[in-house]
Design a protein around this ligand. Structure first.
Ligand code: ZN
Length: 670
């Protein structure tokens, strides 16, 4: 790798890590697996070690992770809640043992399971629970005392009499709050019923729960805790395991399966032992922690800048399990695409029961040689989406049958068609009025990234569809408060609220509308650039594929899809009805001949308060400006939002003016 390649790889990794850690910590909605995240983190760290001159002082590796969210009072931890350095194989574990044995050949190790939850610090004064805080960035966390009080296994008063003669006036401990599988499954089942977004995994559910502003909500969700460290206080211990036994006497629920061992072989054996238990436990663990047991020796061994040298965390690879694939069923998607789904014998995997998994398309099935009736290996990518990794042909008994794509749509019975040009042999239902598509079109239309109609989720749409109130997208806009209030479990207040969010969605603008219509291959980004270029939906009814292809982000197939979509008579009828209802069909300020930004170059960085990057780009380009990815002396303005990184620093060092979203809007005359 050349220095230039390294620099660009580091930049890419830093951006991905920042983005994903924000999704993970602040929004509780991860999109990549922890394992992949760890791998990116580690690669970045290695590159920074190799090319220290290229290392960004604001690199995500310099932070412990997670920033205090608003709504809770900040707490500065008495003792920082540090993180451990991760290792991924047994050689690295042995190397760690070797390094620590160099300080003391008699060194022993506490080997503990690593609970996949959230770290908290609990403080007790004179035996009474006075404060509980999240880890936050390690130094400053959030005061979540009221929520933690609702966790039943957190003692509100300590059994101080059990530690006869010891000074228990101040006790501060660290533990991991987690959501047991049973609580997690119950919570998601309830959310599904209400049409709310599901939590990806127990840890995200625990994170979301601990930050509920209403402790009653927290109390109802069944969080639990394991305490794994004595942080500070008036007690004094020589060894870690001794301190945990004392904490147990005080009434804490301490980390299970802890074992103190001496040699590298014993450490590895204990990791394997815990690894075998994983998947059978009623809670998630994501690794094993190995710590030097002698507390005085820990002080001798010392710390690196961000992590102690006397402990490491061994991280498990993604969990895999075998099960039987009993059938392959077809799901008809929003755009008419037919997706084969595996029906599986239910199996517990990374904390949840899995009985379905997507098989994506026919190529996926052929490549992996998957037959109906096969034993298959399942994995959870990102501990979120279950994935069929491969079939196990050795376990075939002759009853397996190959899978064939159906010739007719399982939902409407119309013929299906192979899209020759698409990747992965995509089959489509040719019937635009296919009922399977209508329901999904509706859900997509109202969803957050599209028209964002707050309160109009899948469950309610399903109900409206059943009652015949909403048969097509345009019907949403003829709903009345009376009709809504007549529905079961819908009060007048929520009906009025829904009507107002439907009203509000009318001004979403052309870009969001285009993305909401669910045209094949037209996602947010393409919709934004098309809206900026054409400005008015009427222009799209007469646009040719050539005109569309002139746009950078639009390829030939997408262009064909758009032209075909706007050539259907039902599209014309739908757009007319939406227009009559008052839905805005134009892009704000789009291609209005207003080119006040002509000749100017903009760079976007960080998260803007109201606009997505694509919206901001579209706004700039529609006024004649250009948006580029990197800051140079020629950059006219850097538009910076929250968590802006190295681009901001670079702009400042080059003297490029930095503006915020509000300033950008002012400049466009909004
Ligand atoms: Zn169909």
């Amino acid at each position: 790798m050349t220095e230039k390649e390294a620099a660009s790889r580091m930049k890419h990794l830093a951006a991905e890590i920042t983005k994903n850690s924000r999704l993970y910590y602040d929004l509780d909605s991860p999109v990549i697996s922890d394992y992949d995240y760890d791998m990116m983190f580690r690669e970045l760290k290695e590159l920074e070690g190799k090319y220290p001159s290229l290392a960004d002082p604001n690199s995500p590796t310099k932070r412990v992770g997670g920033e205090a969210a608003t709504g809770f009072e900040p707490v500065t931890h008495t003792v920082p809640l540090g993180s451990l350095s991760d290792v991924f194989d047994f050689d690295e574990v042995r190397a760690f043992v070797g390094r620590t044995k160099a300080f003391d050949a008699e060194c022993s190790y506490s080997v503990e399971c690593k609970i996949d939850g959230l770290s908290v610090a609990l403080r007790y004064e004179n035996g009474v629970f006075v404060r509980g805080a999240t880890r936050g960035d390690g130094r400053v966390g959030e005061n979540v005392t009221e929520n933690l009080r609702t966790v039943r296994s957190i003692p509100l008063t300590l059994n101080t009499e059990k530690l006869n003669g010891m000074d228990t006036s101040v006790v501060e401990v660290r533990g991991e709050v987690y959501m047991p599988h049973s609580s997690f499954e119950r919570l998601n089942a309830e959310r599904e019923k209400r049409g709310e977004a599901l939590f990806a995994n127990p840890r995200n559910a625990a994170a979301g729960t601990l930050r509920q502003l209403d402790p009653k909500v927290c109390a109802s969700r069944g969080l639990d805790i394991f305490v794994f460290n004595y942080q500070t206080g008036t007690l004094d211990f020589k060894e870690h395991d001794e301190s945990l036994l004392a904490l147990e006497k005080l009434g804490f629920r301490i980390i299970p399966y802890l074992k103190v061992v001496k040699t590298a072989d014993e450490v590895v054996a204990q990791i394997e032992e815990i690894g075998k238990m994983r998947g059978t436990l009623p809670f998630d663990i994501d690794g094993v922690v190995i710590k030097v047991n002698d507390l005085a020796l820990r002080r001798t061994i010392g710390e690196n800048s961000a992590t102690p040298k006397w402990a490491v965390a061994y991280k498990f690879p993604p969990e895999e399990k075998e099960t039987r694939l009993t059938d392959i069923v077809i799901q008809v998607g929003r755009t008419g695409i037919l997706t084969p789904n595996a029906v599986l014998e239910p199996v517990k995997l990374a904390g949840t029961t899995v009985s379905r998994a997507t098989l994506h398309n026919l190529d996926f099935i052929r490549e992996r040689d998957i037959m109906i009736g096969d034993t298959v290996v399942l994995r959870k990518a990102g501990d979120i989406i279950p994935e069929v990794v491969r079939a196990v042909p050795e376990k075939r008994d002759g009853t397996q049958v190959p899978f064939e794509m159906p010739e007719r749509c399982p939902s409407c019975g119309e013929p299906v068609e192979l899209d020759e040009e698409s990747e992965g042999s995509a089959y489509y239902c040719t019937n635009a009025d296919c009922p399977a598509q209508i329901m999904r079109n509706l859900i997509h239309f109202a969803s957050k990234g599209a028209m964002d109609i707050d309160g109009l989720g899948p469950a309610l749409l399903e109900k409206l569809h059943e009652n015949g109130l909403v048969k097509s997208i345009a019907d949403i806009y003829s709903l009345t408060a009376e009709e809504l209030a007549g529905l079961e479990r819908m009060g007048e207040k929520s009906a009025a609220k829904l009507i107002s969010s439907i009203e509000k969605s009318k001004s979403a603008g052309l870009a969001r509308l285009l993305s909401a219509l669910g045209i094949r291959q037209v996602g947010d980004k393409a919709a934004a650039v098309i809206a900026a270029r054409f400005g008015d939906i009427e222009e799209l009814f007469t646009a040719t594929p050539e005109m569309l292809c002139e746009i950078d982000d639009v390829g030939a197939i997408t262009a064909e899809n758009i032209v075909s979509f706007f050539s259907h008579p039902q599209t014309r009828r739908m757009i007319d009805r939406l227009k009559d209802a008052g839905v805005v069909m134009t892009a704000e300020k789009a291609a209005s001949g207003d080119d006040r930004f002509a000749g100017m170059t903009f760079v976007l960085t960080g998260t803007l308060p109201d606009m997505t990057r694509d919206e901001a780009s579209a706004l700039i380009t529609s006024h004649g400006g250009k948006v580029t990815g990197s800051v140079s002396k020629k950059t006219s303005y850097v538009v910076a939002g929250a968590e802006a990184g190295s681009k901001l620093a670079k702009a400042e060092s080059l003297g490029v003016p930095v503006i915020d979203e509000a300033e950008l809007l002012r400049m466009t005359g909004v």
